[in-house]
Design a protein around this ligand. Structure first.
Ligand code: HEC
Length: 142
């Protein structure tokens, strides 16, 4: 009798914990992959290209203003070396967030909501080769 009450309690609290952890994670981010793709095409593709390949000369070339060219976001560059939070900051606020004297072209998109930025980031991640995405998730979590 006592034993089965105890195990019921254990089951109850386990379920409660699972419920709470799902609930908090879905509350904090509302990610919509399709919207992420649309927002990417509207706000980012003009520089990073529709296929996320960036500018072919991104490693060494500069634009007409002497500024660095848009890198690829498709997994062939080093985007995946940055944590999700760093990428969020870059996309939302641009490089000036890290360097107040920044004069380059990655300006940020402060009109986008937090969920919009996460959705774009998840869309970008969805394009990465599976191997890179798995590695990334193992460093930083899903
Ligand atoms: C006007 C051109 C332009 C637009 C528009 C633009 N970017 Fe960029 N982006 C750049 C350039 C140039 C860099 C490299 C910055 C530097 O080195 O100065 C960059 C860098 C980045 C990086 C860092 C990549 C890395 O591998 O370190 C991310 C992530 C990024 N952009 C995402 C986005 C997203 C998402 C959007 C749309 C919401 C966007 N960018 C819109 C030009 C642009």
């Amino acid at each position: 009798m006592t034993n089965s009450r105890l195990s019921n309690l254990v089951i109850f609290f386990t379920l409660l914990l699972i419920y709470l952890s799902f609930n908090t994670s879905s509350n904090s981010k509302n990610i919509d992959l399709f919207k992420g793709m649309e927002l990417y095409n509207k706000n980012c593709a003009s520089c990073h290209m529709a296929n996320l390949a960036g500018n072919p000369d991104w490693k060494s070339g500069v634009d007409e203003d002497g500024q660095r060219l848009p890198p690829p976001l498709n997994g062939t560059g080093h985007t995946w070396h940055h944590s999700p939070d760093q990428l969020f900051q870059i996309i939302r606020y641009g490089y000036k967030k890290f360097d107040p004297n920044y004069k380059g072209k990655m300006l940020g998109n402060e009109d986008l909501s937090e969920d919009d930025v996460w959705s774009i980031l998840w869309y970008i991640k969805s394009i990465w080769p599976e191997e890179i995405r798995n590695k990334y998730n193992s460093y930083f979590g899903e």
